[in-house]
Design a protein around this ligand. Structure first.
Ligand SMILES: [Zn+2]
Length: 330
């Protein structure tokens, strides 16, 4: 039995037809975890869909109403990049309920993993890039409303910048340059990535992503690390370590929401970084080790993964559970 809970439902499947997003990955991850003995049936919690009230903590009533009544404009549906259906709305509401359940369990038990979610391109008033509503933001706002936490940090390691996250939690801005990690002496990695920093409100947002990739417009996170194409494991891990240290010097979260995208993988069809499967596992271990050492609860969501071989995406996501098991076993 795992020392933490996994949140999963067969209904995480996104009914989007033939698509670069492998909607069946969630079930494949669940099945692989069971088959390989990493997890057993009792490790899984079944989520309920988020309530509309919860979703409205993040999204505008106009947008939620359009989703519920099927009245998105053609342009809005195009921007979403997945075909609208009422069933798809249900799947996204369920993912948001799953992340909320995982956040709640993480607060009780140091870590919990949602085998889904991570829809970080959803904005308050529209969806983009396969993301209809922002499950992570809904989870954070629910924990805050219920007085379970005041402050959270998002650590987004998907290859694409967390633009929705940045906008949802964006507060007043201060110019870049005030961040300790902008001082050359604090920068250990040798490669030419750039760090941009801004002030955070009650949620501190960190995004490590490929600069030369979607989204074109990258609204400022609290810390953005814009990585050059083809960055490999060691440089990536050094930048992640740097961003985590810098963020945690500035901000003391009561919950870390880790967006463990599988798409920084070198075989990814939508990504241009060059991490190996082993490097991605080391990335997970680094985030978990930092959270564990500082006794900060961590909630994990999965986000993107478009490897040429679906099996690789499944392996990367399963490794996140294995990494958590290694770190949180004690
Ligand atoms: Zn992505």
């Amino acid at each position: 039995m795992l020392p933490f809970k996994l949140v999963y439902s067969d209904d995480y499947y996104l009914p989007i037809g033939a698509h670069v997003f492998p909607a069946e990955k969630y079930r494949r991850i669940h099945d692989r975890l069971i088959e390989t003995g990493v997890a057993e049936a009792s490790d899984f919690l079944t989520p309920q869909p988020a309530s509309d009230e919860d979703v409205l903590l993040v999204h505008t009533s106009t947008y939620v109403n359009k989703l519920k009544t099927g009245t998105l404009s053609p342009r809005e549906e195009l921007e979403l990049e997945v075909p609208y259906s009422p069933e798809l709305v249900r799947a996204f509401w369920l993912a948001a309920g799953g992340s909320t359940l995982a956040a709640d369990y993480a607060l009780q038990n140091r870590i919990a993993i949602n085998i889904g979610g991570g829809f970080h391109h959803a904005f308050p008033d529209h969806g983009e890039g396969f993301c209809m509503i922002h499950d992570v933001a809904v989870a954070i706002r629910c924990m805050q409303r219920d007085k379970k936490i005041a402050r959270a940090m998002t650590v987004d390691c998907d290859v694409h910048q967390g633009n929705g996250t940045a906008v949802i939690f964006g507060g007043a801005r201060t110019p870049a340059g005030s961040l300790p990690s902008n001082s050359p002496s604090a920068l250990r990695p040798l490669s030419s990535a750039q760090v941009r920093g801004t002030y955070a409100g009650d949620v501190f947002t960190i995004s490590l992503h490929q600069e030369n990739n979607y989204p074109m417009w990258k609204p400022p996170s609290s810390i953005d690390v814009d990585l050059p194409d083809d960055m490999g494991d060691d440089d990536y891990l050094a930048w992640l370590d740097n961003a985590l240290s810098s963020g945690l010097r500035q901000f003391q979260p009561e919950l870390i929401c880790y967006v463990a995208g599988a798409d920084p993988y070198r075989e990814d069809q939508l990504g241009g970084l060059a991490l190996t499967i082993e490097g991605l596992k080391r990335r997970d271990q680094l985030v978990f080790r930092v959270a564990h050492a500082r006794d900060i609860p961590v909630m994990v969501t999965y986000a993107g993964g478009y490897a040429r071989r679906l099996e690789d995406t499944v392996t990367i996501h399963c490794n996140t559970v294995i990494a958590a098991k290694e770190i949180f076993a004690t």
